[in-house]
Design a protein around this ligand. Structure first.
Ligand SMILES: *[C@@H]1O[C@H](CO)[C@@H](O)[C@H](O)[C@H]1NC(C)=O
Ligand SMILES: *[C@@H]1O[C@H](CO)[C@@H](O)[C@H](O)[C@H]1NC(C)=O
Ligand SMILES: *[C@@H]1O[C@H](CO)[C@@H](O)[C@H](O)[C@H]1NC(C)=O
Ligand SMILES: *[C@@H]1O[C@H](CO)[C@@H](O)[C@H](O)[C@H]1NC(C)=O
Ligand SMILES: *[C@@H]1O[C@H](CO)[C@@H](O)[C@H](O)[C@H]1NC(C)=O
Ligand SMILES: *[C@@H]1O[C@H](CO)[C@@H](O)[C@H](O)[C@H]1NC(C)=O
Length: 940
């Protein structure tokens, strides 16, 4: 941001029009300069704040805004603030700021279902940079850096992320075989080889060769905003966050030159460095003016004035332009630029004379970024400009050759290439030409897309010399490429192993001795992902009946939660009491956590803090601070909401979870919206992620256990949707119309933590088990597993899941079943329910599994000393029923599951041996009438 950001006051700024600097170069714009003789007030900003006494904070006002004066409650208008006609509207203003849109946008956005005319949000970190025909470097919206590389066999993705301290990347520069990357915080880093030959990023400090200590000091805090590699590839020009032009002219060792800024203006973006003239740099100021810098001329800065009194929209937008030489004769040169209104303008020099030429824009399109594309390898002059529009289409402008006057442009100078199905080109992000007939664009949803001639390009086509002798037709086609998991997508990184996906040189897999050719077919058909991800609201099944789920159902899904594996878990009782079952000082006991309001559900556990919701759906956090246990009302925080559901699980049993700065818990609000609650380092923050168009969120199926940055939800229409934390976009997944999901949580099965392959298991509305599976070969697939047998339906969401292949479910008969794989074949197994045999004695309890194939004897749990030993009378007691209740069970450790029984007691099942499980103990609870003897304590 080169623009000065902080404008918090109601003032107008005096601006001297007969500015001495302007006058100096009047000869550059002979007929455009009109001298003003009067001073005038100019409103320099459109952003004003007013102090709201009720909330005790500054609130931005909507313009026009009346200024009033009040005396004795008699208020009169003395003036008015309106949108100013020109000045420095910051480009970033239009960005999609979720906080702003939350207050100003209507509750349910009423745009057209396909959002065709919707202005896309600005992606701050997306960039695409070409290193060679075999290598493209991308910075993702998450701040990742990755390379798309042709290893001779296929395109692979190689990760090049910053180590955490440098933060998020926003762009990459390739200069003389050196790779530089810029972080969002304004730091420049260089890729170097470490002692172990691993590439690492090393900061390139900004240091000027100057004796002035003042300047040295300044340099140390210089933050870079953006940069451009010079046309000759010898240096990089940078624009700093405070609006100065810097040059990095040598890298080993770094040599920096500070070129300062135009008088009375700043450098917001460098648009040309040495292409038009080797010694000239063209920049755009944040006010939207074009300046030319040439250190050898006097004065060095020249302003290329546009028509005076122009509409504000006609000033330049802060977006890279393109330079073309010789399009209009030997000594002509042009800089193509975009205006704030999204039109194409040209600054052309021909026979030593400069002029502005307006090319407009195609109907209903506002142009936001420009990509220069060479159309014919044998003709230097066959150029096109490709633009991304504000609504995500790509349009092409074929530059009319030798067009002195563009008064009658031929009808077909503009061509619309639209955008890929279910994906839009990112607004304001330039693409790159890979080679003739192939242009790569970043998509708004984080993926990449290639616009290419049919038969040339796409996922499976490597670089090569195309043979395009005839004029290329406008018949381009789109191919979409998956992005890595950092962006919420499914592409896996290349590997160090020999094979087609090797990071350096791919080798084709030969079928091996056993005759398997699986590796050969590992490449997924490029279309597989495209068909799975739909823009929400575009699928046909929108007339499905919307379901609401009764609260007691939700209660059963969030009744139990692990606090510390193997040591403590929480139970919410029907009466709204909160109990913790705890192992301390060698005994198990129940600890009651008192709260003035009755509890309903326990929704999450993050780093030792537990999140619960009371019967009024307020989100309450239970945590230990120093030695005290405290309650924190999260709903009472700014933008807090009432919630009714949360993430199903806090991790995968047996797998470490690490804390990261983006950590958040997702909840479903009372009204069916997805809410993001940031929890990392107690920097609590609520964000409304809304809901897919046409449906509300019924429940969260998975939060980020299956895919980092993706929250899968089921809508009240019974369909699967996902929310991407990075792009803030909703997608609907392809789902056949007859399959309706129940509005309850799911469970993830990830056989390996290194591969993205795996499945999400959910319950269908008719009580069957459904799998949604991702494989690198086949993409997404639905698999219906049905029920263990005809007479039984599943009454509870599936889970937990162990070892990536053992999934527990509860049947309508009160028995526990397991769905598991044995040598790639799916099988059902019944574990019945716990049953206390009549032969149980004090020192050797026998727990039998009724209905199961085997009865297994378990020696008495030595830890169970605090429990009342179940007696032979238990089974005769009408308060006792050891059938399993439809309460979502929890994994207590990586070899233990806790179920609730119909009589209100709990039962634990443990792994025995490799893959078998058996009932191990029954745990009496404070509220169960079946066993009344237990230890409780009150938590203070
Ligand atoms: C409010 O002020 C205006 C101008 O000062 C005056 O004309 C008007 O009578 C006042 N109204 C009241 C209700 O005092
Ligand atoms: C480019 O790099 C090579 C070696 O890496 C060096 O010899 C050469 O001087 C560099 N060229 C420029 C223009 O910096
Ligand atoms: C940088 O400064 C040193 C000492 O002040 C001087 O010898 C050297 O020539 C300078 N380099 C450039 C490129 O100005
Ligand atoms: C293009 O921009 C103009 C003016 O800035 C605006 O009125 C118009 O709605 C925009 N059109 C689209 C399709 O975004
Ligand atoms: C052949 O392929 C199978 C399955 O991919 C694999 O398990 C086996 O190790 C391979 N054998 C050789 C000799 O590479
Ligand atoms: C939590 O805060 C909400 C919103 O301020 C309030 O309505 C609710 O009563 C509070 N609940 C508790 C238990 O403090």
């Amino acid at each position: 941001m080169c623009a000065a950001g902080m404008v918090l006051v109601f003032i107008s700024v005096v601006w001297l029009v007969d500015h001495p600097v302007v006058r100096g170069y009047a000869s550059w714009y002979p007929y455009e300069y009109i001298q003003h003789s009067v001073r005038q007030f100019e409103q320099k900003t459109d952003r004003f704040w007013e102090f709201d006494e009720q909330t005790n904070r500054w609130v931005e006002v909507q313009l026009p805004y009346d200024l009033v004066t009040c005396a004795n409650d008699n208020c009169t208008k003395v003036g008015s603030l309106d949108r100013r006609s020109h000045g420095e509207e910051r480009w970033e203003r239009q960005s999609h700021d979720p906080e702003q849109s939350e207050t100003s946008a209507k509750d349910d956005r009423g745009e057209a279902a396909d959002g065709s005319s919707m202005v896309l949000p600005l992606r701050k970190r997306l960039s695409v940079t070409k290193m060679s025909e075999t290598s493209i470097w991308i910075t993702g919206e998450s701040g990742s850096i990755y390379e798309r590389f042709w290893n001779g066999v296929q395109w692979v993705l190689a990760p090049h992320d910053f180590a955490t301290p440098a933060g998020r990347a926003i762009s990459v520069f390739i200069i003389n075989h050196t790779i530089l990357a810029l972080s969002e915080a304004g730091q420049l880093c260089q890729m170097q080889l470490s002692e172990s030959s691993q590439p690492i990023w090393v900061e390139v400090p900004v240091k000027f060769n100057s004796s002035s200590s003042q300047e040295k000091e300044k340099a140390s805090i210089t933050q870079i905003k953006s940069g451009v590699v010079s046309f000759d590839g010898m240096s990089v020009y940078f624009c700093t966050k405070n609006g100065a032009l810097l040059e990095l002219s040598d890298i080993e060792p770094p040599r920096w030159v500070n070129h300062g800024r135009p008088p009375g203006a700043n450098v917001a973006l460098i648009t040309d460095a040495g292409a038009l003239r080797p010694e000239a740099v063209f920049i755009i100021s944040s006010k939207g003016d074009l300046y030319e810098y040439d250190k050898s001329s006097k004065p060095p800065w020249k302003k290329h004035i546009m028509k005076q009194g122009r509409e504000e929209d006609a000033s330049l937008t802060v977006a890279r332009g393109c330079t073309l030489l010789g399009m209009n004769g030997d000594h002509s040169a042009s800089v193509f630029l975009l205006t704030k209104a999204g039109d194409l303008v040209e600054r052309r020099i021909h026979q030593q004379k400069w002029k502005w030429i307006s090319h407009g824009s195609p109907n209903n399109h506002n142009l936001t970024s420009m990509t220069l594309v060479l159309q014919h390898e044998f003709s230097e002059n066959m150029y096109s400009l490709f633009f991304t529009t504000s609504s995500g289409s790509v349009v092409e402008y074929r530059i009319p050759k030798h067009s002195e006057v563009v008064q009658k442009p031929p009808m077909d100078v503009w061509a619309n290439h639209m955008h890929p199905m279910h994906g839009k080109a990112a607004r304001g992000i330039s693409g790159v030409q890979l080679q003739i007939g192939r242009v790569i664009f970043a998509l708004d949803d984080g993926r990449l897309a290639e616009l290419h001639l049919p038969g040339l390009g796409g996922e499976n086509s490597g670089p090569g010399q195309p043979n395009i002798r005839k004029k290329p037709s406008s018949k381009y086609v789109w191919s979409v490429f998956d992005a890595p998991e950092s962006e919420g997508w499914n592409a896996e990184y290349c590997t160090e192993e020999r094979g087609p996906a090797n990071c350096v040189t791919g080798t084709k897999d030969e079928p091996n001795d056993s005759g398997t050719t699986s590796m050969v077919t590992r490449r997924r058909k490029a279309s597989a992902t495209q068909e799975s991800y739909l823009l929400p609201g575009t699928s046909e099944g929108t007339n499905v009946q919307q379901h609401t789920f009764p609260d007691d159902r939700m209660n059963a899904n969030f009744r139990l939660r692990v606090m510390h594996g193997s040591r403590s878990f929480f139970l919410i009782t029907d009466g709204g009491l909160t109990f913790e079952y705890l192992y301390a000082d060698n005994i198990w006991f129940w600890l009651q956590h008192d709260h003035p309001t009755a509890m309903k559900v326990v929704l999450g556990n993050y780093n030792g803090s537990l999140f619960l919701a009371d019967i009024y759906k307020s989100l309450l956090m239970r945590e230990r601070s120093s030695n005290e246990l405290t309650w924190v009302n999260c709903t009472a925080m700014r933008k807090g909401r009432q919630v009714r559901a949360g993430p199903p699980w806090d991790g995968i049993p047996g797998r470490e979870s690490k804390l990261t700065v983006d950590d958040a818990l997702f909840f479903v609000s009372k009204s069916g919206r997805l809410m993001q609650f940031t929890v990392f380092m107690r920097k609590f923050k609520w964000k409304d992620c809304r809901n897919p168009p046409n449906t509300k969120v019924s429940c969260i199926i998975d939060q980020e256990l299956f895919r980092r940055n993706i929250v899968f939800v089921v809508g009240t229409d019974g369909r699967l949707y996902q929310y991407n934390k990075v792009t803030e976009l909703w997608h609907e997944h392809y789902q056949s119309r007859h399959l309706l999901l129940s509005g309850s949580p799911g469970t993830v099965m990830r056989p390996s933590s290194v591969s993205l392959e795996g499945s999400i298991f959910v319950l269908s509305r008719d009580g069957g088990l459904v799998e949604y599976q991702w494989s690198t070969v086949n993409g997404w697939n639905w698999v219906e597993h049905g029920t263990p047998h005809k007479a039984v339906t599943l009454v509870c969401p599936p889970g937990p899941c162990f070892e990536g292949n053992q999934l527990f479910v509860i049947g309508s008969d009160g028995d526990v079943y397991m769905r598991y794989t044995e040598e790639t074949t799916w099988k059902w197994k019944s574990f019945g329910h716990p049953y206390i045999g009549n032969t149980a004695s004090e020192d050797h309890r026998e727990t039998k599994a009724s209905g199961a194939h085997d009865a297994i004897c378990i020696p008495k749990d030595t830890n169970a000393g605090a429990e009342k030993e179940p007696t032979q009378f238990d089974d005769l007691d009408r308060n006792c029923d050891t059938k399993v209740a439809p309460t979502r069970p929890i994994p207590f450790s990586d070899d233990s599951v806790i179920f609730e029984l119909k009589d209100g007691r709990l039962a634990e099942m443990r792994r025995v041996g490799e893959a078998d499980w058996a009932w191990s103990r029954i745990i009496g609870t404070p509220t169960s009438l079946c066993v009344a003897n237990y230890w409780t304590a009150m938590a203070s």
